[in-house]
Design a binder for this molecule. Sequence first.
Ligand code: PLP
Length: 386
Amino acid sequence: MFSDKDRAHFSNLETPFYYYDLALLKNTLNTCKTAADSHNFHVHYAMKANFNPVVLQQIQKVGFGADCVSGGEVAKAIELGFGKDKVVFAGVGKSDKEINNALDNDIFCFNVESVQELSVINELAEKKQKVAKIAIRINPNVDAHTHANITTGLDENKFGVNSWDMQACADVLNLSPNLEFIGIHFHIGSQITNLDVYKNLCIRVNEFAKWFEDHGFKVKVLNVGGGLGIDYHNPNQQIPNFEAYFKIFADFLEIKPYQEVHFELGRALVGQSASLISRVLYVKNGKKKNFIILDAGMTELMRPALYQAYHKIENISLPTGEGIVKYDVVGPICESTDCFGKEVELQQTFRNDLIAIRSTGAYGEVMASHYNLRETIATVSSEDIV
Ligand SMILES: *Cc1c(COP(=O)(O)O)cnc(C)c1O
């Protein structure tokens, strides 16, 4: 929600820009930390959701680790002061260079996504006379009941090692003196709002943990990934129910005294704390349609074009017209998918009105591109407004 002070501040700024509500971000992080601590659970923040330093500094302060999916993220996490012993590295396609850099940095754990990758890490670690700590990322074939493009834990997805390859993993591990197996890892998808999905995940985690222990491997880490969703329709409801989320794992995981439970939350921690603020360039009448053309487009926020994602759109200028009008809200980019919402009901809208596209803290700014030679846009934080 925006105050008159925010509006006055925004009206003097060049648009578009990402606005970060740092008070809300801190509140969300602290709520999550308290809920996790009460179960002794460990959280690694999934850096790919948002790596704006303004955001990362807050997350690092709360004491979360970093969940990285590229060499660049590993380097950035360490540079910003996330302890090396709290950096985990997942990804189906880790290059030799990325693996070598992570080995040099003695990160906490590689989340390994194929049998071949196990052998490669062992070879590279051997050359450095190091022992790499690894967890096997398992594809548990659990349906996340979310959008197909952000489902990652089904047999047809590229992520993780499939159940039928467990024995092959065990064989490589037994022959690899430069690998130390520490546990198992899962991440079944994103924007998961049906918490029952996590009950199904817990059942599978218990089965795989038992399989490894039965085959002589001590499973010290149960890493259940992330994916907790946010309420895009109610951006002012704000803080996800972390307590309910963690309670499912406390209730359904069979946790042994020597086991740690790790989480990798991204969206739920940062999603609600940003809005993309844009200005109306033109209002135009199409055939049986009204268009609002913004100065922000899919180059600043790609989720609607990429996976038909919904974001709440608000006209935050003081109303000067009459009543509510339906608009297709589009950007300036030369693509028909450059559309933020169809038939969006807004107060009657005029050139130069300010439009807020809400809940854009996760997978927003980080996915920005220079397509059409667009410029990088500014970050404005609530602490800039005094
Ligand atoms: C993206 C990702 C996450 C975080 O997903 P969210 O839906 O943002 O919580 C966690 N773990 C891995 C391996 C990921 O790739």
